[in-house]
Design a protein around this ligand. Structure first.
Ligand code: AMP
Length: 409
């Protein structure tokens, strides 16, 4: 028997992967247009990076990490997210004060798998390091919104909150812990256990929603500087007509955040785990890793979920043209035509076996070609027969004009 892939992992194959390609391209293009360089960091890191960066008491570090000892006896962890790695890399080698980078790749979390919640999942994200201005938050939030727009998700809403600066957060944490202790009798055992270690985590608990409805929220306890910051972020989003709404209980589970936190939701993706992406400001992170104080803000979009939420388009063609040789003697000419059309930037293929014309046309359909170019007798007079594979319409076209004909249709 062929071994199965591990639970919670997926093989992403054509035609399903066509959507992935659309999304990854759209992201790459956006990141480049907004001035983000490419960053690639290791897929595994010293475990300490995450326990210090993400926070030892967080859900991710406590329960979800793939941690193992390597043959040299070091504790390493498959990355559950990329921000800690990127900030580490910046501190150790980033050259400029303002550092804008984009990444794409798999992340690993030991979770109970379901649709949209995988053990290996993919994120695309950006990090804007070195800039304290709320305009950096706005730019990062805009990128996620534009990405969703670019792949056809036009009803996305940004859920927005501020968790304040570390001092605000510490004061709020105490307040929340006091509230939760007072209502401990009504909480689940899990929530009760978390009060001492990390009361903010209780806010994510759906089972405790009734009690949490009365809980104090971080937004009510912001310093004037933090309150001014989130107001500026809101104004920036308003100016661009990016829909956003206040989500007073949004705190996001990681320790490094301060001030702005956000997530994206869309009616096209309704699930228990509904967020298509999220991020926030993480000014404390560089210090938590042992570096100097460097502000930063970033975003991670969940590719697996966005792909599920993308509207079902027309079955799009993935080849512009499939070249058909009318007889085996014309294979060399067919290959030449393929090469010249590829050089012109078209998506082109042909069958490399000695198949009948009928079999080649079947292959063209299977491969989702928009048109077929038949190289036959008329080649002698410098022409090929072009066939629109959807309508079936045929026309004789000058062999030098094939690319132009395809682009014009
Ligand atoms: P997080 O790093 O938890 O803020 O996640 C950012 C985004 O990544 C989420 O909004 C999801 O879209 C996606 N994501 C997080 N965890 C998973 C998972 N286990 N499976 C699939 N997507 C995930």
């Amino acid at each position: 028997m062929i071994p199965r892939p591990p639970k919670g992992t997926d093989d992403i194959l054509p035609p399903a992967s066509d959507r992935w390609r659309v999304l990854l391209r759209a992201f790459d293009d956006l990141a480049e247009r907004f001035g983000y360089g490419l960053v690639i960091t290791p897929m595994f890191e010293a475990t300490e990076l995450f326990s210090r960066g993400v926070g030892a008491e967080t859900e991710v570090v406590e329960k979800q990490m793939y941690t193992f000892e390597d043959k040299g006896g070091r504790s390493v962890t498959l990355r559950p997210e990329a921000t800690a790695s990127v900030v580490r890399a910046y501190l150790q080698g980033g050259s400029s004060a303002v550092f804008k980078v984009a990444y794409a790749g798999p992340m690993f979390r030991y979770e109970q798998p379901q649709a949209g919640r995988r053990r290996q999942f993919h994120q695309v994200g950006v990090e804007y390091i070195g800039e304290p201005s709320p305009d950096a938050d706005v730019e990062v939030i805009e990128i996620g919104f534009r990405l969703l727009e670019a792949v056809g998700i036009t009803d996305a809403v940004v859920l927005l909150n501020s968790i304040g600066d570390p001092a605000d957060r510490a004061a709020y944490r105490e307040l929340l812990a006091a509230f939760l202790t007072e209502r401990a009798g009504e909480l689940t055992a899990d929530a009760r256990r978390r009060i001492a270690a990390n009361p903010l985590r209780v806010l994510d608990s759906k089972a405790d929603a009734a009690v949490l409805a009365d809980a104090p929220t971080p937004a009510g306890h912001l310093s004037p500087a933090a309150a001014g910051h989130i107001a500026a972020v809101r104004a920036g989003l308003d100016a661009m007509a990016i829909p956003h709404q206040e989500e007073p209980r949004l705190v996001r589970g990681l320790d490094y955040y301060n001030r702005t936190v956000f997530e994206y939701q869309s009616a096209s993706y309704q699930a228990a785990q509904a967020s298509l992406g999220g991020g926030g400001r993480y000014d404390p992170l560089a210090g938590m890793l042992g570096g100097p104080e460097v502000p930063g803000v970033g975003l991670a979009m969940g590719v697996d979920r966005i792909v599920l939420a993308m509207p079902a388009g027309d079955e799009e063609a993935v080849l512009d043209v499939f070249v058909v040789a009318a007889d085996a003697g014309r294979r060399t000419i067919a290959l030449e035509l393929v090469r010249s059309l590829r050089a012109e930037g078209l998506r082109v293929d042909l069958d490399l076996g000695d198949k009948s014309v009928k079999a080649q046309f079947r292959a063209a359909d299977r491969r989702r070609a928009a048109t077929a170019a038949v190289v036959g007798e008329e080649w002698e007079s410098g022409r090929v027969t072009m066939k629109d594979l959807r309508s079936g319409a045929e026309s004789s076209v000058d062999a030098r004009e094939v690319a132009k004909w395809i682009r014009r249709r």
